[in-house]
Design a protein around this ligand. Structure first.
Ligand code: CO
Length: 143
């Protein structure tokens, strides 16, 4: 399938760190600020969001060693964990990727805190990069 999906942009870059408390100092030295922190219980991860222009850096600190981000840290150390692309129609994006035969981390769209929708595409289908597809919560798309 081809054709544009209007409104697609980089939503955030997810970076796996051992400690948000330590890692944030680098970004704060550059004038960035943490605007949102939360623990995502079902992913067993603490997150901190720092806006950068119209995108964001998302710091990810595992709450347990055997969580997805905890395993990533054990295997690869700190570093780039995923790239999140924001789309206006997440269902259309998933259908297009299914038509392409893409592999997903989970086969359904999930609802994140604050009501945004997301799913992850396996790195084997995206040039070795874990890709998160995000659709903002309805209220924030009209802001
Ligand atoms: Co993310």
């Amino acid at each position: 399938m081809s054709g544009e999906l209007p409104g697609t942009k980089i939503d955030h870059l997810g970076i796996a760190v051992k400690s948000i408390a330590q890692a944030r100092a680098f970004y704060e030295a550059l004038g960035l600020r943490v605007t949102h922190e939360e623990t995502v219980e079902h992913e067993r991860v603490k997150t901190a969001m720092l806006p950068v222009g119209e995108s964001r850096v998302e710091l990810l600190e595992p709450t347990e060693e055997d969580s997805p981000v905890g395993k990533f840290l054990a295997k690869r150390g700190e570093g780039m964990h995923h790239v999140a692309l924001q789309v206006e129609d997440i269902t259309a994006a998933m259908e297009r990727l299914k038509a392409l035969g893409a592999r997903f981390i989970s086969d359904e769209v999930k609802v994140g805190a604050g009501g945004h929708l997301y799913f992850f595409v396996h790195p084997s289908s995206a040039g070795g990069v874990l890709v998160e597809i995000v659709q903002p919560a309805a209220e924030s798309t009209h802001g």
